[in-house]
Design a protein around this ligand. Structure first.
Ligand code: FO1
Length: 317
C-alpha cells in the first residue's frame, strides 16, 4: 500500500458493479485511487448508435445521475423520441430515453471521428463530473461481444436479455472478438499497480467473463501482487438484479455467490457475502477462499462500512 493511500481496481458490469463503484468513490480516503474497468460485452450497435450499457451505468452512478427506477439510463427521463420512432415503425424494444440518447449520439459521433471507446469514456466521465480520484476505463477498445447460446440458438446479449426478456434456456456463452482484442490503454498498468483487485457483485458470465476474456488481463491479474476479492452477486439465493439465478440453474450450478465466483476461475482470495448467506462460510473456506460476512445490499447504509473495509482492511491475510 503506497503511503499516499490505496489503489483499488474494480472490474465492473451491470448495476451491481456500478453501485459498488459509486460507494467506493464516496468512502475513499485522501490519496486513495479507484480504477473501474467496465465490461464492454453488452455493447452493440442499435439505430446507428454505439451503445455501451455497462460503461454508462458506471459513469451515471459515479455522477449520481442514474435513473432510480428504470435500472438503466438517466434520471428525469422522457421517451418522446422513442415514441415518435415507434409511430414511424422503428424498433422500440430497447427503451432509450431522450437524455440518454445524447450519450449514445456523443459516443457515436466521437468514435466515427476516430476516438477510441476508452477516450470517449474519459470524456463522458469528465463531462458528467466524475471525480479525478476515479478513473473509468473500458476493458478493451476492440469489440468483445457476449453471445448467449440458448435452446433457441445463439444470439447477441441484448437480444437475449431485452428483446426476448431472458426467456430462453441458457446453454453457454461466447465472447465474440475476444481473441483478437487488446486491453484498453492503462488497464494492464492499473492491474499491476493495484493494491487490491475487486470483482464487483456482477454476473460472472455476462459482466465479468467478457473482461477476463480479453487476452492479457487474466495473466496480469495472476502476476499482480494484489489480492483479488469478490462480492457475491447472489444474496439469499436470489440475484440482486438480472438473470444470474436462472443462468446458474440452467448450467446445473447451485444458486450461490460461491458458485457464481467459482465460475470466474480467477484465483479469488476472498469472497464477501451478505449476512443472509452466513451458512455459506464453511463451503467458501473449503474452496480455499477466505469468507467475509458483511452487508452488501448497497441500498442499506451498513454497506458503507463494507465499502470502507475494501479500502482499509488487509485482504492479503
Ligand atoms: N434493459 C432492459 O431490460 N430493457 C431496456 O429497454 C433497456 C434499455 C437500455 C437503454 C440504454 C442502456 O444503457 C441500457 C438499457 N438496458 C435495458 C440495460 C441493458 O440491457 C444492460 O446491458 C443490462 O441491464 C445489463 O447491464
Amino acid at each position: 500500500m503506497s503511503p499516499a493511500g490505496r489503489h483499488l481496481v474494480l472490474f465492473s458490469g451491470g448495476t451491481g458493479g456500478a453501485r459498488l463503484a459509486r460507494l467506493l468513490g464516496r468512502v475513499a480516503g485522501p490519496g486513495d485511487r479507484l480504477t473501474v474497468v467496465a465490461n464492454v460485452g453488452d455493447d452493440f450497435e442499435h439505430l446507428g448508435m454505439y451503445i455501451s450499457p455497462d460503461l454508462d451505468a458506471v459513469i451515471y452512478h459515479l455522477a449520481d445521475v442514474e435513473s432510480r427506477d428504470l435500472g438503466w439510463g438517466l434520471a428525469d427521463e422522457t421517451f418522446r423520441t422513442l415514441t415518435e420512432l415507434g409511430e414511424l415503425g422503428g424498433p422500440t424494444w430497447f427503451h432509450i430515453g431522450d437524455r440518454d440518447m445524447a450519450t449514445h449520439l456523443y459516443r457515436t459521433w466521437r468514435m466515427r471521428a476516430g476516438a477510441p471507446l476508452s477516450t470517449v469514456a474519459r470524456e463522458l466521465a469528465a463531462a458528467r463530473g466524475v471525480g479525478e480520484h476515479v478513473r473509468v476505463m473500458t476493458a478493451s477498445d476492440d469489440p468483445v461481444r457476449t453471445v448467449v447460446e440458448t435452446d433457441a440458438g445463439a444470439m447477441p446479449f441484448q437480444e437475449y436479455l431485452v428483446e426476448r426478456q431472458a426467456r430462453d434456456l441458457v446453454k453457454g456463452f461466447q465472447y465474440a472478438g475476444a481473441s483478437s482484442a487488446e486491453p484498453a490503454p492503462g488497464v494492464l498498468a492499473a492491474i499491476a499497480d493495484a493494491d487490491l483487485l475487486v470483482f464487483g457483485p456482477s454476473n460472472p458470465y455476462v459482466s465479468l467473463q467478457p473482461i477476463l476474456a480479453v487476452p492479457g488481463i487474466r495473466a496480469a491479474i495472476a502476476r499482480s501482487g494484489a489480492p483479488s476479492i469478490a462480492l457475491s452477486p447472489i444474496v439469499g439465493g436470489q440475484a440482486i438484479k438480472g438473470p444470474l439465478a436462472a443462468m446458474l440453474e440452467a448450467l446445473g450450478q447451485p444458486v450461490t455467490g460461491l458458485h457464481a465466483v467459482l465460475a470466474l476461475d480467477v484465483g479469488i482470495r476472498g469472497l464477501v457475502v451478505d449476512p443472509a448467506d452466513r451458512d455459506l462460510v464453511p463451503d467458501i473456506s473449503a474452496q480455499g477462499i477466505t469468507p467475509h460476512v458483511a452487508p452488501i445490499i448497497f441500498s442499506r447504509p451498513e454497506a458503507g462500512e463494507t465499502a470502507r473495509s475494501l479500502w482499509r482492511r488487509d485482504w492479503s491475510a
